[in-house]
Design a binder for this molecule. Structure first.
Ligand SMILES: Cc1cc2nc3c(=O)[nH]c(=O)nc-3n(C[C@H](O)[C@H](O)[C@H](O)COP(=O)(O)OP(=O)(O)OC[C@H]3O[C@@H](n4cnc5c(N)ncnc54)[C@H](O)[C@@H]3O)c2cc1C
Ligand SMILES: C[S@@+](CC[C@H](N)C(=O)[O-])C[C@H]1O[C@@H](n2cnc3c(N)ncnc32)[C@H](O)[C@@H]1O
Length: 674
């Protein structure tokens, strides 16, 4: 468990020519005379990338690197890929960095290479916050995907779920940085490689050659770049275990991968809310044709249709896999929204103030600040409100516009008034090879061919169980009513009791027992109620009253300043999960699991790499509770990575927490004690 998500910055000395030198390692990031050429020689040429890209059969090529540094290797690979690979192919570049540069360091370091400045600037713009964890950065409309682990290299690779084609083993010289080149690192390099995976490295040090040899690589010394005598290259020529087995790490019940990837022809995403829109968008960006079926007559007609929502990450005071998910998802969502909406049409990163509900919570906030678990850019003390926290990256979203924007991608076709009624597996050779979907009241007549899909993703929130194709997940609906009031009426109400109307003119989202966002379209939106076991879909005045009490507390106004008769509202239903974590991943069979993994009832610590059931190309993405604006973009990218067989944007530990089969496994382990 980490004690802080903050990371040490690199200690740099800048040469007169502007090149960075690491004081921690007393080594250079790149050769200042010939950095670009050296990278191209050592890493691109010696992994035979031009040849491999020119004849690339699969859709994506995966490079993994030790030591992101200034990103120069990444930029060179990106540049070459654009010219050398077919335009429908994707490059996934994974890198790790223990001492991430700040944006301004990166800007300074990359000034040295004007010939690639058009790419450097895009990297700098998209560069994630310096915060421990896994970050997914999408460039060139998704054609280039960067997966960056900020933290210790070994930890990053230990939690990685990816099948790597070529390794760039950079990192400072082993003599100056022996800790990085550990046996465990080599073990994971092997785990993440397949027969035919290559590596190259600038060093010819024995520790590196031996390490790679010991895990099965064929290793050769070749002539180094320029004046340098030697460097090392190699390849994994022996067969490896299957991809599911390699990724299992003893927990095959959380398998996500297929050995022989099913061709992705057309994907059906069911549900046009935040989960469906984000899933469809993530797939569409990878060049996949997606059909979205929505039973309602509009996009975002369910919980995702609230007029204005906010990003409230509820950062925990301890590092846990679930907190890592929300932190990573939060940063991902803010980057996505900013990239989609540069003109504040539906997203305003105005910041959010979290006000303590009581003294105990104020104490917890202070502890969070004192212990510095989070970087200041993510969490700091509010200057506007006593005892409160400021989340500067947060803000509000107009949900419908967001969903419409995501679904407007040219690869997505939305079918409204189209309810998925029935889903049946198409089998061949004892394997599921696709799905036949049957719609109810659809707008256009479909035939069987049109309703056959290679993959299906259910983003159907509370309606998922009714489809009868998933195992018994413990999600349940929670009614929520949001309210809104005309800003002029709110001002009149303030004046009537002698309060300043300035209280209505705030510029950040305020959160306490509920939330209120800065006004849009002359309306102040606030809420919301949280009603368990209540399926009434009508707006209720008592709901407005409860929401107004929240609003008055947030704005430091006396009780009953406002009149519930002046309010409008909307009711919808959250899809909640008892462990407050969404359910995202492949749907597996409960019966098969119970049989295959019954040993867990006798020994909860039992480990297995034997996968009981192949992936059936059916996925769910539900249970986003009260935080769908945060959790759905990363969940969508995650589902897309599983369908396309590309690197996961989630740490394995995190994906296990989201796995739809986690409840079956939990019950098996629990039954041990009965
Ligand atoms: C009152 C309230 C306030 C909230 N405020 C916030 C907030 O400020 N910030 C935040 O992050 N989150 C907030 N949330 C939570 C957020 O709205 C949800 O997490 C999110 O909308 C869930 O998205 P979804 O796509 O999973 O579900 P939904 O938006 O409900 O979408 C599911 C869709 O699937 C469709 N569907 C279901 N079955 C079928 C079928 N068989 N065939 C075809 N279509 C089908 C439905 O019609 C629906 O459109 C709030 C929720 C509520 C209720
Ligand atoms: C030579 S530089 C990499 C240069 C980089 N590839 C580039 O293109 O700019 C080596 C990098 O490895 C990082 N590093 C060193 N030890 C590490 C470790 N144990 N885990 C992760 N990163 C590490 C350093 O901080 C440094 O940025």
């Amino acid at each position: 468990m980490l004690t802080s998500y903050q990371l040490e910055s690199p200690a740099l000395t800048w040469g007169e020519d502007g090149a960075p030198h690491s004081n921690q390692f007393d080594d250079v990031y790149f050769d200042k005379e010939s950095g670009l050429e050296e990278t191209r020689h050592v890493f691109l040429k010696n992994n035979q990338l031009s040849e491999r890209w020119a004849s690339l059969q699969k859709n994506a090529f995966v490079i993994a690197e030790t030591g992101f540094g200034t990103g120069l290797n990444f930029l060179c690979a990106w540049q070459a890929f654009l010219t050398e690979a077919a335009s429908d192919k994707q490059l996934h570049f994974i890198s790790v960095e223990k001492y991430p540069m700040t944006k301004s360091m990166l800007t300074d370091a990359l000034k040295m290479w004007p010939s690639i400045s058009h790419l450097s600037q895009q990297l700098i713009d998209a560069y994630p916050e310096v915060c421990h964890g896994l970050h997914r950065v999408e460039l060139e409309q998704g054609r280039i995907q960067l997966t960056l682990w900020f933290g210790e290299a070994e930890d990053g690779f230990a939690g990685l779920d990816a099948d790597v084609d070529a390794w760039f083993l950079d990192g400072f010289a082993p003599s100056k940085n022996p800790e990085m080149w550990s046996d465990n690192l080599f073990k994971h390099i092997r785990r993440l490689s397949h027969q035919g995976t290559t590596f190259s490295t600038f060093t010819a040090a024995g520790i590196v050659r031996r390490g790679l040899k010991n895990v099965g690589f064929d290793v050769r010394k070749v002539k180094g770049f320029g004046q340098k005598r030697e460097m090392t290259v190699g390849e994994l020529n022996s067969p490896t275990a299957s991809l599911p087995e390699r990724m299992s790490q003893g927990q095959s019940w959380f398998n996500l991968r297929q050995d022989n990837l099913q061709e992705v022809t057309k994907v059906l995403v069911v549900g046009a809310g935040l989960a469906g829109a984000n899933t469809a968008y993530a797939l569409a960006k990878q060049g996949i044709k997606v059909e979205v079926w929505e039973q309602g007559n509009c996009i975002a007609g369910g919980a995702s249709g609230n007029p204005q929502g906010m990003l409230y990450p509820k950062l925990a005071s301890q590092d846990t896999p679930v907190n890592r998910f929300y932190l990573s998802a939060y940063l991902h969502a803010t980057r996505l929204y900013s990239s989609l909406d540069k003109n504040k049409q539906f997203w305003d990163a105005c910041g959010l103030i979290q006000i303590p509900k009581h003294d105990k919570e104020a104490g917890r906030f202070q502890k969070l600040l004192d212990e510095k678990l989070y970087p200041e850019a993510i969490l700091q003390a509010s200057k506007d409100r006593e005892d409160s926290l400021l989340l500067p990256l947060s803000g509000w979203v107009v949900l419908t516009k967001l969903c419409e924007t995501l679904l407007s991608h040219e690869n997505i076709q939305v079918c409204l008034n189209t309810k998925l009624e029935n889903l049946s597996a198409v089998e061949a050779g004892g394997q599921t090879v696709g799905w036949q979907a049957r719609p109810k009241y659809q707008e256009a007549p479909f035939n069987d061919q049109q309703t056959r899909f290679s993959h299906v993703v259910l983003c159907t929130a509370n309606d998922t169980k009714a489809l009868g194709v998933t195992s018994n997940t413990p999600d349940y609906p929670i009614r929520g009513q949001v309210s809104f009031i005309d800003i002029e009426k709110a001002k009149v109400a303030c004046q009537a009791i002698g309060e300043s109307t300035d209280k209505i003119d705030f510029d950040k989202v305020l959160c306490e027992f509920g939330y209120v966002s800065p006004s849009i379209n002359n309306l102040l939106h606030f809420g919301s109620t949280y009603d368990l076991k209540d399926l009434d879909d009508q707006v209720r005045e008592e709901g407005h009253k409860r929401n107004l009490a929240i609003l008055e507390s947030l704005l430091l106004l006396p009780k009953e300043t406002f009149n519930s008769k002046d309010c409008g509202g909307r009711v919808s239903f959250r899809c909640a999960v008892p462990d407050y974590t969404p359910i995202v991943g492949p749907v597996q069979s409960e019966d098969v699991y119970q049989q295959a993994y019954s040993t867990l009832t006798k020994n909860a610590k039992w480990q297995s790499n034997e996968v009981a059931e192949p992936i059936k190309q059916l996925y769910i993405n539900i249970g986003h509770g009260s935080r769908g604006l945060i959790s759905t973009p990363l969940s969508g990218s995650y589902i897309a990575s599983l369908i396309t067989g590309t690197p996961s944007p989630l740490e394995q530990q995190v994906s296990h927490k989201l796995h739809p089969s986690r409840f079956i496994i939990r019950d098996l382990k629990r039954s041990q004690n009965l």
